[in-house]
Design a protein around this ligand. Structure first.
Ligand SMILES: [Zn+2]
Length: 181
């Protein structure tokens, strides 16, 4: 292993730590694997965060305009009404309903409903080291380009099959991305 030029401060330490970890697997790892660490962050908001935003916006409408947004307790249509109206007459079904029979469209706590579950799936992260480890278990020796292919397609595969474990996804991608030697 000959170090390449241009290391930044701190990389030497990362390299050594990874070298120790990887040497446990008893194989010679290309020096380049150790140099590349990709941490993927997902900036897309979850459904739950988006629902929280809706609640916040509805609260601002109430606070600024004194108008509430509810759903008709009879037909489910979305209705606006003055906050202090005791009775609400639906514009769609003409039923006259008590305010307590017309639930707020967005209300504090609704973000916890199961329809907004998903964030566990969106926060997965894998690194080069993870890919190398799975590859070694399979007796594969992927190139840097092939590892980058696996990382590139990883998120798509998670979306395709959210119930699959991360190492199974990596395994399948390795079979697809690594050319037979
Ligand atoms: Zn109605």
């Amino acid at each position: 292993m000959t170090p390449t030029k241009g290391f930044l401060k701190g990389e030497e330490e990362i390299k050594n730590n990874l070298k120790i970890t990887l040497s446990k697997f008893g194989s010679v790892i290309s020096f380049h694997y150790i140099c590349i660490i990709i941490i993927k962050t997902n900036t897309m908001k979850t459904k739950r965060q988006l629902a929280e935003k809706q609640i916040e916006l509805q609260n601002r409408v109430i606070a600024l305009a004194n108008i509430n947004i509810v759903t008709c307790g009879h037909c489910g249509s979305v209705l606006l009404h003055e906050r202090n109206d005791e009775l609400i007459t639906c514009a769609c079904c003409k039923h006259e309903l008590d305010q307590s029979d017309c639930p707020d469209l967005w209300y504090e706590g609704c973000q916890n409903n199961s329809e907004f579950d998903e964030e566990e799936i969106l926060t997965q992260e894998i690194s080069v080291e993870d890919v190398v480890r799975v590859a070694m278990d399979l007796g594969m020796n992927p190139s840097i380009a092939e590892i980058n292919e696996v990382l590139k397609y990883y998120d798509n595969e998670v979306e395709e099959d959210p119930t699959a474990t991360w190492d199974l996804i990596v395994e399948n991608l390795l079979y697809n991305c690594v050319a037979p030697k």
